[in-house]
Design a protein around this ligand. Structure first.
Ligand code: RFL
Ligand code: PHB
Length: 389
């Protein structure tokens, strides 16, 4: 259930193992292919796209970055991923990953239903769980071995099994105002800035489009941010004394995203398995959300593969345990990056000094920089072929 990165990747990995699946999605194809979300692929996600035969456009259009800049007290400090880890990240929009996966599925003639309505999952404690939905006003029922709840944070799957779950949650006293602008990137690599006015991020989607963010209040009214104010504030927060010049241009997308950390445990009940944002949310500062959704899909595809091959539930039973270690690593890293770079409104000067001391440390100690770098570029994935040779 759900045609975001989690659902589409899972169905593709199942297809590669010869396992049938049906994907249903409440939104239209156009909507999911154009939803502006994540932009950073970890190295293991990039490797996976190549291994599953979907790396062609990524190789042509993705931007490989061998580092990021941390900017504070008006100066930039590079974290050199290539030197510290031998790896890199790739800037490639989430909607491009989604487009590649949808194209592969449709090309293979496999079922993918958009614009479905009234979705429910029932009988999940039996060995034949069911999914009901309607398309064009016609009610349908699917019977399956496994239901994968890949329906995002606001989907129905987590609610269906909520009695079996414990939630761990943290909300932050700020949000991100994100823009897409028709400008050339003002820096070759991403810039994460911690300024006295708050956090700013300079990112990109290609040679002619930038994606940039500003820390704002959690209940911020976007109407208070006309384009000129956004450019002025980005200019202030991203300023450095080393010649950085922010290019200004047309803003063609603008929105405010709340920030939260959230984990549901266990990530399964009966034959319903939660994958990606349906089970967990990270604040975007660590660029982990989509990568984590794809990592869950790898673990579940392996477990379903083992179930189909042997008839044993053993791997399915271990799904949560096999996901949670990575999930909590990403939760910790994302919370760390968020705390390192943002300024709570009521932050006292002592806390700010501690934050700057920590920024000094991660940009001057090789050990501290390496820890940040290895988390940022991503830990190895559990792919079905890692087990099956
Ligand atoms: P998605 O992408 O939300 O997909 C869920 C899909 O399920 C559909 N759906 C249903 N389908 C069927 N039945 C139902 N009842 C349904 N209810 C909902 C929805 O329409 C949708 O199509 O979840 P998924 O697949 O788990 O993927 C997660 C990622 O989308 C998310 O974690 C990332 O976008 C987070 N994220 C980032 N992740 C990164 O890895 N790197 C980044 O740089 C990064 N930056 C970001 C981000 C998220 C952001 N926002 C807007 C939340 C930056 C931002 C600003
Ligand atoms: C993005 O390009 O959208 C992006 C990059 C890095 C992040 C979050 C979002 O940490």
């Amino acid at each position: 259930m759900g045609a975001g990165p989690a659902g589409l990747m899972l169905s593709h990995l199942l297809h590669l193992q010869g396992i049938e699946s049906i994907v249903i999605e409440t939104r239209s194809r156009d909507y999911v292919e154009h939803r502006v979300r994540a932009g950073v692929l970890e190295q293991p996600t990039v490797d996976l796209m190549h291994e599953i035969g979907l790396g062609k456009r990524l190789a042509a259009e993705g931007l490989t970055h061998e580092g990021i800049a941390l900017r504070f007290r008006g100066h930039s400090h590079r974290i050199d991923f290539a030197d510290l880890t031998g790896s890199a990240i790739t800037v490639y929009g989430q909607q491009e990953v989604v487009k590649d996966l949808i194209a592969a599925r449709l090309e293979a003639g496999l079922p993918l239903h958009f614009d479905v309505e009234q979705v429910t999952a029932t009988d999940i404690d039996s060995s034949r769980p069911r999914v009901q939905f309607s398309v064009d006003g016609t009610a349908q029922t699917l019977e399956a071995d496994v239901v994968a709840g890949c329906d995002g944070f606001h989907g129905v799957c987590r609610t269906t099994i909520e009695k079996a779950l414990t939630f761990f949650e943290h909300t932050y006293p700020f949000a991100w105002l994100g823009i897409l602008a028709r400008t050339h990137p003002s820096s070759k690599e991403l810039v994460y800035a911690s300024h006295d006015n708050g956090f700013a991020l300079h990112s990109m989607r290609g040679p002619d489009v930038t994606r940039q963010y500003l820390q704002v209040a959690p209940d911020e009214d976007i109407d208070r941010w006309p384009d000129e104010r956004i450019w002025q504030e980005l200019g202030t927060r991203l300023h450095d004394g080393d010649g950085f010049e922010l290019e200004i241009g047309e803003i063609f997308d603008k929105g405010v995203t709340p920030m939260r950390s959230f984990v549901a445990e266990p990530m399964q009940s009966g034959r319903l398995f939660l994958v990606g944002d349906a089970a967990h949310i990270v604040p975007p500062t660590g660029a982990k959300g989509m990568n984590l959704a794809i990592a869950d899909a790898c673990v579940l595809s392996h477990a379903i593969g083992a179930f189909c091959a042997t008839g044993s539930d053993e791997q399915l039973d271990e799904y949560t345990a096999n996901c949670l270690r990575r999930v909590w690593r990403a939760e910790q890293f994302s919370a760390f990056m968020t705390a390192l770079l943002h300024r709570p409104q009521d932050q006292d000067p002592f806390e700010r000094r501690l934050q700057l001391a920590h920024l000094d440390y991660v940009t001057s100690s090789r050990a501290a920089a390496m820890s940040l770098a290895e988390n940022y570029v991503g830990l190895p994935l559990v792919t079905p072929w890692a087990f099956n040779g």
